[in-house]
Design a protein around this ligand. Structure first.
Ligand SMILES: [Zn+2]
Length: 170
């Protein structure tokens, strides 16, 4: 199994992610997706954080405009709509299960952490529980891997091709 390739995070990247999150970025393995301007949108985070805490969310959405767009979709009950799609469309469900397996494969190629074995992110493979995590997977993996993350990005009013970054002074 080949480990996913992430661009290494520069010192500036880590500083931007810290500013985006409003707290120190921990366990950053690399940058899995970027804004058109180059700022990080998704960080790849270690399956076990420094200090030992298991961290299932390999792909973590950090960009404030992106996270806000996903939060608006969640507030608009889009998750219930996507949940119904997963339950009623066999092709979508199969693709969502494949996305779950791809997520686990990516993570376990870095480190297999017993406490989170079989748990991916965002509710996969049967539930739609966090559009932020699913969109982050889609941004990291590219279109066609996570059907619900792809739909969330299509539906949201944020795009990685239009820079809405704050001036972090970095
Ligand atoms: Zn930007």
């Amino acid at each position: 199994m080949t480990a996913p390739q992430f661009e290494p995070a520069t010192e500036r990247d880590v500083a931007v992610v810290t500013a985006q999150l409003g707290r120190p970025a921990r366990g950053v393995l690399g940058i899995a997706a970027r804004c058109v301007c180059g700022n990080p949108t998704v960080v790849a985070t270690a399956p076990r954080l420094p200090g030992g805490t298991p961290f299932p969310t390999l792909y973590y959405l950090t960009h404030p405009a992106a996270t806000a767009a996903m939060s608006r979709l969640e507030a608009d009950h889009v998750m219930a709509e996507f949940q119904e799609l997963v339950e009623t469309d066999a092709a979508v469900h199969a693709a969502y299960e494949a996305a779950h397996r791809a997520y686990l494969a990516d993570r376990e190629s870095i480190e297999a952490v017993e406490e989170i074995r079989g748990f991916s992110a965002g509710g996969m493979p049967d539930r739609v529980k966090c559009l932020h995590a699913l969109a982050a997977h889609s941004l990291a993996a590219g279109p066609g891997v996570n059907p619900i993350g792809d739909l969330a990005l299509e539906r949201g009013d944020w795009s990685p091709n239009v820079c809405e970054c704050a001036d972090y002074g970095l």
